[in-house]
Design a binder for this molecule. Structure first.
Ligand SMILES: C[S@@+](CC[C@H](N)C(=O)[O-])C[C@H]1O[C@@H](n2cnc3c(N)ncnc32)[C@H](O)[C@@H]1O
Length: 282
């Protein structure tokens, strides 16, 4: 199961590597499904596509057994680089951020509807942004004049609200964290990730492996804690009481997350925050 097929890069390597491999490919973005279908055209008879949230996979694939599960979480370069998707603060576009265009609520709806406290909460918790209150206040002031409708406007509001980093400060755009927070909220990215990990783990054959790549610490914390709980670590089970008496389902293969090395960072700077964790079905 490639839970996040994106443009099909990972699936392609798996298909190339072994003529026996068959892939069930999920993505909630129809543009990704179209891109992956064309990228993987030569392997057509070995790939089955589902335009769906991967959290639906256990239900949709009921009774099927898997040898491997891969989830490369978050947004793809396709999405980030397309101003029309509304994720980019570098090139202005509609304030959208939906991965699945069938969903009705866009980032602009949240930004113009939520009260200041709720906006601040999303930006602080999901964006891990220290200046969340100031940013939320600036958003509310701006939208009184006119609704905020583009990523460019929002980025300017955020940049105006946060203190400038001094010389030698961070070179990361001040809008980065706010955009991350809104994106996570719009797409419900952290919801039921733990349930998916457990259900997908149950679909693995003994010896089958699950590999998850997370791109921010909130997501990685969920992966780490869920792996530990499913590996029968009592300490963590106290926090996930429903797993209290369950026998271990997984064995953790990565005591620490695997990070990109210098060469990979050079080739693909977007890998900088990736953390990969793997586990095996016992
Ligand atoms: C980092 S990209 C994956 C790139 C892919 N591994 C490749 O090699 O091209 C993440 C993809 O996951 C999709 N995605 C994120 N959350 C999802 C979810 N809950 N269900 C299905 N797809 C999701 C996004 O739409 C995006 O296309």
């Amino acid at each position: 199961l490639d839970a996040t097929v994106g443009a099909g890069g990972h699936s392609r390597l798996l298909l190339q590597g072994d003529p026996e491999v068959r892939i069930i490919a999920f993505d909630r973005d129809d543009r990704a499904i179209t891109a992956a279908q064309s990228q993987l055209a030569e392997y057509e008879d070995r790939v089955e596509f589902f335009h769906s949230d991967f959290r639906e996979a256990p239900k949709l694939l009921k009774g099927r057994r898997l040898d491997g599960v891969l989830a490369d979480l978050g947004v793809s370069s396709l999405q980030l680089d397309d101003p029309e998707s509304g994720f980019s603060f570098r090139r202005s576009g509609p304030l959208d951020m939906r991965m699945d265009r069938r969903q009705s609520e866009k980032a602009a709806d949240l930004v113009n509807r939520l009260d200041e406290r709720e906006l601040a909460r999303i930006i602080r918790i999901y964006g891990e942004e220290r200046h969340a209150s100031r940013i939320a206040a600036a958003m509310v002031t701006a939208r009184r004049r006119a609704p905020i409708t583009t990523t460019g406007e929002l980025a300017e509001i955020v940049r105006g609200a946060v203190p400038r980093a001094g010389v030698g400060g961070s070179r990361i755009d001040p809008a980065t964290r706010t955009f991350q927070g809104l994106r996570i909220a719009v797409n419900g990215e952290l919801e039921e990730l733990d349930v998916f990990i457990r259900e997908a783990g149950e679909m693995l054959r003994p010896g089958g492996r699950m590999v998850i790549i997370a791109f921010h610490s909130l997501e990685d914390r969920i992966v780490k804690r869920t792996f530990l709980a499913l590996a029968g670590k009592r300490e963590v089970n106290r926090q996930l009481p429903e797993l209290q008496n369950a026998p271990p389902l997984l064995r953790i293969l990565t005591r620490k997350p695997v990070r990109p090395g210098a060469e990979e960072l050079e080739r693909n700077p977007r890998s900088r925050s990736a953390r990969l964790r793997a586990a095996e079905r016992v």
